[in-house]
Design a protein around this ligand. Structure first.
Ligand code: GUN
Length: 292
């Protein structure tokens, strides 16, 4: 079994971006700049946004955060999106999700300029992804594809089973895996909460991508011998094993599944580590398109 070391890959990719940014600044050009809109005090969202800021700083990308209380009006949020859309110094930005219930998330996402939509959530970018047209691809699926690419994992003609149909991970990764390309060209089955015989479908997977949001859902009896297993889950569970009193587990029961598969992503240090660097890669892409 080979561990798909997202942490190490992320380190390498950050070095590549850092060199690219340094060359831009050496040429006396304006540096890339990304922004995030953070609403409320959801701890997971705060963690994501602060690690994005830290990673940006590490590679030399300028990062700004626009913070709002959970009671912000939809109008104020849309005005901020409009401001960032029109700010020539901002190359790309994200609106951290989830948003409070009184805000129409689709309206907010649709109001982001597609060229600055580094999350790749805008319907135009989602449409391009569906059609195989170059655009901004959501960070987690892009990170998974980058991992498969850099580890030279064969995907062509393989049966790829994706668990979960979210707009952020399941649906876009299923599209990317079925699209022409390398990685890609897989035969994809997308499973969700209404799927029957999920265990049997998983057993036929050469590549299993778990993004179902259920702690240790995938057990060894669901996995084919020598399958490639990608775990997108992040769950904080109480434990007496660590000083902090909790540990992070994924959607896959790692200890038993890892004994059976050819490749597997650890949690943490797998897909999660790749997500932030994919966002930085998207920022560089948006920057290059913007500066032209
Ligand atoms: N919430 C959970 N994942 C994400 C993500 O990738 N982007 C944004 N904007 N919000 C999220």
């Amino acid at each position: 079994m080979i561990l798909l070391d997202g942490k190490e890959l992320a380190r390498q990719i950050k070095e590549e971006i850092k060199a690219e940014v340094a060359a831009i600044l050496d040429a006396d050009q304006r540096g890339p700049h990304l922004a995030a809109i953070l609403v409320g005090e959801d701890p997971a969202s705060e963690t994501y946004v602060s690690s994005k800021e830290r990673s940006s700083r590490e590679v030399g990308i300028i990062s700004s955060v626009y913070k709002f209380s959970a009671s912000v009006s939809e109008k104020d949020l849309l005005e901020t999106v409009d401001f960032l859309n029109n700010d020539p110094d901002i190359d790309g930005f994200i609106v951290q999700l989830p948003l409070p219930k009184h805000i129409d998330v689709d309206k907010v996402i649709s109001s982001i300029h597609p060229d600055k939509d580094i999350d790749g959530f805008h319907p135009e970018n989602m449409g391009k992804l569906t059609m195989g047209i170059e655009g901004l691809v959501p960070a987690t699926p892009a990170g998974i594809m980058e991992m498969l690419r850099r580890y030279n994992i064969e995907t062509e003609g393989k049966h790829c089973v994706v668990l979960g149909r979210s707009n952020i991970v399941g649906t876009p990764v299923a599209l990317l895996m079925s699209r022409k390309g390398n990685p890609g060209n897989a035969t994809v089955t997308l499973c969700h909460s209404k799927t029957k015989n999920i265990k049997e479908i998983c057993q036929s997977a050469d590549i299993l991508i778990a993004a179902i949001g259920q702690q240790e859902f995938v057990t060894a009896d669901m996995v084919k011998q020598d399958a490639v297993v990608i775990d997108v889950g992040i769950h904080r569970v109480p434990t007496t094993e660590t000083k902090s009193g909790y540990k992070i587990v994924g959607d896959v029961a790692f200890d038993e599944v890892s004994k059976k598969c050819s490749y597997i992503t650890p949690v943490p240090g797998g897909v999660g580590a790749m997500t932030i660097v994919s966002l930085l890669q998207n920022t560089m892409k948006a920057y290059k398109n913007h500066i032209q």
